[in-house]
Ligand binder design. Structure first.
Ligand code: 5RP
Length: 273
């Protein structure tokens, strides 16, 4: 692996802890204006100081993120389908040249193992890895789970391992029972998606379980930006990922930070700001 590739990987997974808190805000590429991301710039700006990496699409990056930011960018480069159509029929939407021009530290593409289009998405992953290798850009493979697939260790283990065998540098998947088996049989770092919004305490528990099972971090979206207190939530998640905080202590921190945010809000209203 050359220097550029290693350098970019170290900007995704922090060398101090070997872990990462990636903030995923790429949902609009197939879901449109998802709750919490209707105005991406407003959602993203306050969370940026607490994200190790920001995962998003080219359009939102250009339109909604200040180019002077220091937060490393992982660019979603697959898409072309929507929630109304056949999601597995994605294609590659951004050239490697443009990913380089946008100064990204990684590119992300979904694979749909077990779908009728699995071959197409796996070969698209392989092509992207070949191009990434030439440019020194790591590839994050996202194991998308179709409606008919079980989110269990057998299926997710299969999808993660195939992604790693094809050469993905990092794999994003879902947490499941027996997750340690998924991590153990995947020779590259695994990060988890948060999935649909669940109560904060549960999302913190999920993050903790994933980390304890060997995950290298989270690539979390809705459980952060759809939280009533997104900044408090990402800060609590960070403590779990980087400092092994227990879910209960992280939840206490979430509550304390939320209360102080609310108090500041009340003061601002009082002062007529
Ligand atoms: C879909 C994706 C996302 O759009 C997103 O990154 C998922 O994040 P979360 O589940 O935490 O909202 O990767 O496959």
């Amino acid at each position: 692996m050359d220097w550029g590739m290693k350098n970019r990987l170290s900007r995704i997974i922090r060398p101090e802890t070997g872990r990462t808190v990636m903030l995923a805000v790429d949902h609009g590429y197939f879901l449109g204006p998802t709750t919490g991301l209707e105005e991406p710039e407003k959602t993203i700006a306050p969370l940026l100081p607490y994200a190790d990496t920001l995962m998003l699409t080219r359009g939102v990056l250009r339109a909604c993120v200040d180019p002077s930011t220091n937060v490393p960018i992982v660019l979603r480069v697959s898409g072309g389908t929507s929630i109304l159509g056949n999601l597995a029929d994605e294609g590659t939407t951004v050239s490697m040249k443009d990913a380089v021009r946008l100064n990204t530290v990684g590119v992300a593409l979904s694979i749909f193992v077990g779908s009728e289009l699995e071959r197409k998405t796996l070969l698209a992953l392989a092509d992207l890895i070949n191009e990434g290798h030439e440019a020194g850009i790591p590839v994050l493979a996202v194991t998308a789970v179709g409606k008919d697939m079980a989110r269990d260790a057998r299926y997710l283990g299969l999808a993660c391992r195939i992604a790693a065998e094809l050469g993905a540098h990092i794999v994003k998947t879902y947490y499941c029972d027996g997750f340690e088996k998924v991590v153990k049989s995947c020779p590259v770092p695994v990060v988890i998606a948060g999935g649909k919004k669940i109560p904060e305490r549960d999302a913190l528990e999920l993050s903790h379980n994933a980390i304890s099972s060997g995950a290298a971090g989270v690539d979390m979206g809705r459980n952060i930006f759809q939280s009533e207190h997104p900044v408090a939530m990402i800060r609590a998640v960070r403590e779990i990922v980087h400092n092994n905080m227990t879910p209960q202590r992280a939840f206490d921190l979430y509550k304390t930070l939320s209360e102080s945010e609310e108090a500041k809000g009340r003061q601002a209203v009082k002062a007529g700001l």
